[in-house]
Design a protein around this ligand. Structure first.
Ligand code: SF4
Length: 259
């Protein structure tokens, strides 16, 4: 399998986390060995909330109970395939937790005036100082465009985002860098904090030339390393939950870690 035609925030983040993981996921199309509960929760929360606003865009008034039906269906689809590392969760508990997050968000923000959901864009990126083009265009999907042309990225997290984590986040850097090309006014990050009592953290990602330059430098370095075929492993604490750990580390090491 060749290099994907486009880069994306997910590709940049994956490479930054572990170049070998990048190669396994995007070049070898390797089958994940398992998936974590956070991935299940995040994808179902996104799809159910996306469904709610898409339904409204289609000029029908969905109810929260209907959105919870979507949670059930999407949850069943999300746990199909690679086994889930359930950890402390039972399937029923994780489903209830996911439904609670969706209910909480829609009770808080269900009246949000959304102009588009999962908007797809391909953008040619140029370094703000040198004008050099990023080797591959950036493919991005915006979670929501809200009234007034602001873009909202929805996240789920166990703890609130810090200023530092926003500043060094390649996805937010990418989206902040292309706001003009997207015809968007500003980027907001809304984080559903996955506590027993969920809460919503709302952050604005401010335009900042230094941050934009940092993002372009980082993206450029990553894209050049990918093009040059550099995919070394980056062993560390994330290996214990890596979805390719057996293939990468070998069965014996992976089982020893899991024991
Ligand atoms: S097991 Fe570790 S080194 Fe190997 S791909 Fe996964 S994160 Fe990278």
């Amino acid at each position: 399998m060749g290099l994907p035609e486009y880069t994306s925030a997910s590709q940049l983040k994956t490479y930054a986390m572990c170049p070998r993981k990048y190669a396994l996921r995007y070049l070898d199309d390797a089958e994940p060995e398992d998936k974590g509960p956070s991935l299940v929760v995040g994808s179902v929360v996104h799809s159910a909330i996306g469904w709610f606003f898409e339904t409204r865009l289609a000029e029908r008034e969905p109810t929260i109970d209907e959105a919870l039906d979507v949670v059930h269906a999407d949850f069943a689809a999300a746990i199909d395939g690679p086994p889930v590392r359930w950890g402390r969760w039972t399937q029923a508990d994780l489903l209830e937790h996911t439904g609670n997050l969706v209910r909480f968000f829609l009770e808080e923000e269900g009246d949000l005036v959304v102009a588009d959901v999962e908007e797809r864009h391909q953008v040619e990126l140029h370094h703000p100082v040198t004008g050099e083009a990023l080797p591959r265009p950036l493919l991005c999907y915006l979670d929501f465009r809200v009234d007034g042309d602001d873009v909202v990225e929805l996240k789920t997290s166990r703890s609130p985002y810090s200023e530092a984590s926003i500043g060094s986040n390649l996805q937010f850097g990418a989206y902040a860098a292309v706001l003009d090309e997207l015809g968007a006014g500003s980027l907001a990050v809304w984080v559903v904090i996955k506590n027993k009592r969920p809460r919503l953290q709302k952050l604005k990602v401010q335009r900042n030339p230094l941050r934009e330059r940092w993002f372009f430098d980082a993206a450029m370095a990553i894209e050049e390393a990918i093009a040059a075929g550099h995919f070394p492993p980056a062993p560390g604490w994330t290996c214990a939950t890596c979805e390719y750990r057996r293939r990468c580390l070998g069965t014996v090491q992976a089982d020893a870690r899991a024991a």
